[in-house]
Ligand binder design. Sequence first.
Ligand code: 5RP
Length: 263
Amino acid sequence: MDFGMKNRLSKVIQPDGRCFFLPIDHGYFLGPTQCLEKPAETIEPLLPYCDALFVTRGVLRAVVDPGITKPIILRISGGPSVVGKDLANEAITTSIEEVIRLNAAAVGVSVFVGSDYEHQTLMNLAKTVDLCENYGIPVMAVTAVGKETEKRTPRYLALSCRIAAEMGAHVVKTYWCKDFDKVVEGCPVPVVMAGGPKCETELEVFEFVFDGLQKGAIGVNLGRNVWQNPFPVAMSRALQAVIHENMAPKEAFDLFRELKARG
Ligand code: 5RP
């Protein structure tokens, strides 16, 4: 691995080997979804707690301060919307010149294994890796399931993660599931966890993040369970403690409640 690739990876993955990515890319298929209507207002108070921001070029250019010191992971796949025919029918939306111009530390591309667009989205990933390798830019594969959330079984996620890694992804983002060690063990590159729709309780979030970390994940790319919480700053701080301080779920929940009470 050359200097550029290592240097960029070290910006998004912290010296302890862990990471807390904050995704606010959901608008690329969901539009102004709940709590992301004004992305600048969502991002600003949470930035101190995350290690990188996962965002599209549109939101980056429109609302993110170019003086930002946190690294940017640029989402560069998209195309379909939630009201269209098939969320899996993605293409690459952003050129490599744009990725470099925007000074992205890494890029993210979705793959939809098992969908009608499996081949197309895996080729999106493989071609992105080829292009990004030329410039030392890491690629995060996003193992997406579209509306088919029931697909999130250990067997399916292990298959998707392994294929994404085989295509050359440097990091793979997937969903947490029961027996998560089976997913991580079959994937030869670092795995980060997404949250999916908001959980019923904060404790549930801390529990699955803690479990996934114990089973080998290096961190999270957690969106709705952070910024759709009525207390997103308390949530971010408590998650930061789970990820970087190995705080146990119950202690993290206590910390969350204490911060929430302080307002
Ligand atoms: C949307 C994404 C998100 O970045 C990812 O799903 C993480 O967000 P959440 O925790 O809300 O699921 O890739 O397509």
